[in-house]
Design a protein around this ligand. Structure first.
Ligand code: COA
Length: 172
């Protein structure tokens, strides 16, 4: 039986560090976006799992913005935390800062919002604990996440007509 007592938002925080090496880079000698997205997915999933202590799957990633590149040889600092918990899903915020290894200077390079859904060993969705917000900023972030969730689910239902033109080309 899973523990559904409220959990503190700050206890979900995850910090992950990656040194950008040539295999992680694009042809501009900066971190490849797809690699950064992979790290964001992992960092976000660990925060969600810390909250619910269940296996989670990624339902969506949105508001993904690459603000600045991260150079090869620099350090990517990923930071995630659960912003809101609903019935079986959680919204997680993830940021990536680039750290200059020689000066320690840090710059925000990427931010993203992710939704994870908790599942049991049979792949069935399971309820997650409520999120305990302790500061005004956490409370505000929770309310914003609730509003975003409503918009996200409405968008998912409404904006589907573009899928009609996405027929995979035979033999491609
Ligand atoms: C994500 C998934 C479990 C949702 O399943 P579903 O049948 O649509 O489930 P429901 O409609 O009952 O929704 C379950 C929860 O997911 C949320 N959800 C569903 N689709 C979503 C989406 N696109 N974005 C954000 N949240 C979503 C719902 O709001 C609901 O949240 P709540 O329980 O907190 O209210 C299902 O689509 C899935 O398994 N997708 C594949 C996941 C995957 O393989 N990820 C990549 C590897 S980890």
């Amino acid at each position: 039986m899973s523990d559904l007592s409220p959990k503190r938002a700050k206890d979900t925080e995850v910090v992950m560090t990656q040194l950008i090496l040539p295999p992680d880079a694009n042809n501009l000698n900066a971190a490849f976006g797809g690699k950064v997205m992979e790290w964001i997915d992992i960092c976000g999933a660990v925060a969600a799992q810390r909250h619910c202590r269940q296996v989670v799957v990624t339902a969506s990633m949105d508001d993904l913005h690459f603000h600045a590149p991260i150079k090869v040889g620099w350090v990517a600092l990923l930071h995630s935390r659960v912003l809101a918990a609903f019935r079986t899903s959680m919204e997680v915020g993830v940021t990536v800062h680039a750290e200059n290894p020689l000066t320690g200077e840090r710059t925000l390079t990427t931010s993203a919002l992710m939704t994870f859904v908790a599942i049991d060993k049979d792949g069935k969705r399971v309820p997650v604990p409520p999120l305990l917000t302790e500061t005004e900023a956490e409370e505000e972030a929770f309310k914003e996440a609730e509003a975003r969730r409503a918009q996200r689910l409405a968008r998912q239902k409404e904006n589907q007509s573009w899928l009609k033109v996405m027929k995979p080309i035979a033999g491609a």
